[in-house]
Design a protein around this ligand. Structure first.
Ligand SMILES: *Cc1c(COP(=O)(O)O)cnc(C)c1O
Length: 422
């Protein structure tokens, strides 16, 4: 949560991911940020202790409030998002819920879209209304509808772009400018884009939130969340977190810090692969639709070109033959974890019913316009050609199944996976 412009302030992004946040303390000359497991920090001088406790001198008191490893992580994200301050949380959902509960009070209204992350959607439907906070969820890519909901008056406009799982694109600059004319705070979840591909602060966002669990960490081995923005707002949210306690663990902070050093390399590779894979899938007869903002067929390709530097590592596509096709196809993939996360070095795939929208009922998914046979595919850093070959053999298998009149019985993992290990 510190305001500094270190030597990394002006470096390019590939340099920042490596160096930012790493050089603030002298860790007894260690070149790598250590994991500081200490719960508390001790002082022989009561005056020094008091000064630090009052925030008048730098230092740490208790790790629920601040911790050196955690601060290094916050500083790295802060530099990448070009923000004045950042604070972190035990998960992305902790970041989002702490932020909303800090900024909203009974009687306030928040405007958002239908396609927010599943957990965020649950906050809107289940928890905020219990505190008399009114939630208006607009059609995701209907900018006019969002604008008129903002103009009717609200405290917060909460956006996400690209969205989950149909990868819609929202014009952040357009909506932020309307919001600011009406004194509305704009929060953007930048998890899918990452600071490599999109800078919401430059587009007008007041606060940027991340599930660091995904691309930032990149290795699917640590949960974390972070928010970035102006000091006066981040300070309020940080204070709420200090008291309610959803702080980031120093071990997780270390894993996230280490993962982030390759963020630029990973995301550039994922951008390139995802675009090639999207083109491959779009041309395949068994694929009924591909959702990826880098495709010219995407309804908001033009907005994506304006506001993103790369189109991201996540795409989704639907198959001929309904959910049975999904069940036959997915287990054939050799190079994809069938799991609920995304943004990892390994490719991860799954249907929204078990991933982004696991918290939702089938009716809610249908209402969000999620096709039954949709697959979300988060591209890893494997060689692109291997991923395309893998998808290709999976589709070939599906083609055989469909030709046999849809006998979808045998859905075990592709045998090639085992032979690879042997
Ligand atoms: C995963 C995710 C979250 C929630 O993050 P957790 O770290 O799982 O709590 C929020 N927003 C988006 C876009 C996500 O993908």
């Amino acid at each position: 949560m510190e305001k500094t412009t270190g030597r990394d302030g002006r470096a390019r992004v590939g340099t920042q991911v490596v160096w930012a946040g790493e050089d603030k303390d002298n860790w007894q000359s260690a070149t790598q940020v250590p994991v500081v497991h200490s719960v508390a920090f001790g002082y022989r001088s009561i005056d020094e202790w008091l000064n630090i406790a009052r925030g008048e001198a730098p230092g740490h008191i208790y790790s629920r409030n601040t911790n050196p490893t955690v601060v290094a992580f916050e500083e790295k994200v802060r530099c990448l998002e070009g923000a004045e301050a950042a604070t972190s949380f035990s998960s992305g959902m902790a970041a989002i819920s702490n932020t909303l509960f800090t900024l909203l009070s009974p009687g306030d209204r928040i405007v958002s879209v239908k396609d927010t992350y599943g957990g965020t959607n649950k906050l809107f439907l289940e928890f905020l209304p219990r505190f008399q906070i009114e939630v208006t969820m607009c059609e995701t890519a209907n900018h006019q509808a969002i604008e008129s909901a903002v103009v009717r008056g609200c405290k917060v406009l909460y956006l996400e772009s690209p969205t989950n799982p149909t990868i819609k694109i929202i014009d952040l600059a357009r909506l932020a400018s309307v919001a600011h004319r009406h004194n509305v705070l704009v929060i953007v979840d930048n998890t899918f884009a990452t600071p490599i591909n999109q800078s919401p602060h430059e587009l007008g966002a007041d606060l940027v939130v991340h599930s660091a669990t995904k691309f930032l960490g990149g290795h699917a081995d640590a949960l974390g969340g972070v928010i970035c923005g102006p000091m006066h707002l981040v300070k309020q949210v940080h204070h709420f977190r200090e008291i309610t306690g959803a702080c980031l663990d120093p071990s997780a902070a270390y894993l996230l810090l280490r993962g982030m050093k390759t963020l630029n390399l990973r995301v550039r590779q994922q951008n390139q692969s995802a675009l090639k894979i999207a083109h491959f899938l779009e041309a395949h007869p068994l694929v009924t639709k591909v959702f990826y903002p880098g495709l010219e067929s995407h309804e908001n390709h033009d907005i994506a070109c304006r506001q993103m530097r790369g189109f991201g590592g996540v795409l989704s596509f639907s198959l001929k033959g309904g959910f049975d096709s999904v069940k036959a196809f997915l287990p054939r993939l050799r190079y994809a974890h069938l799991a609920a996360n995304l943004g990892a070095v390994e490719t991860v795939a799954g249907p929204p019913a078990t991933t982004s929208h696991v918290e939702c009922t089938p009716k809610e998914r249908e209402a969000s316009g999620i096709p039954e046979a949709l697959i979300r595919y988060s591209v890893g850093i494997e060689d692109t050609e291997d991923l395309i070959d893998d998808l290709s053999q999976g589709l070939e298998h599906l083609s055989g199944q469909l030709a046999e009149g849809g006998s979808f019985g045998d859905a075990c993992r592709g045998s090639g996976f085992n032979s690879l290990l042997e």
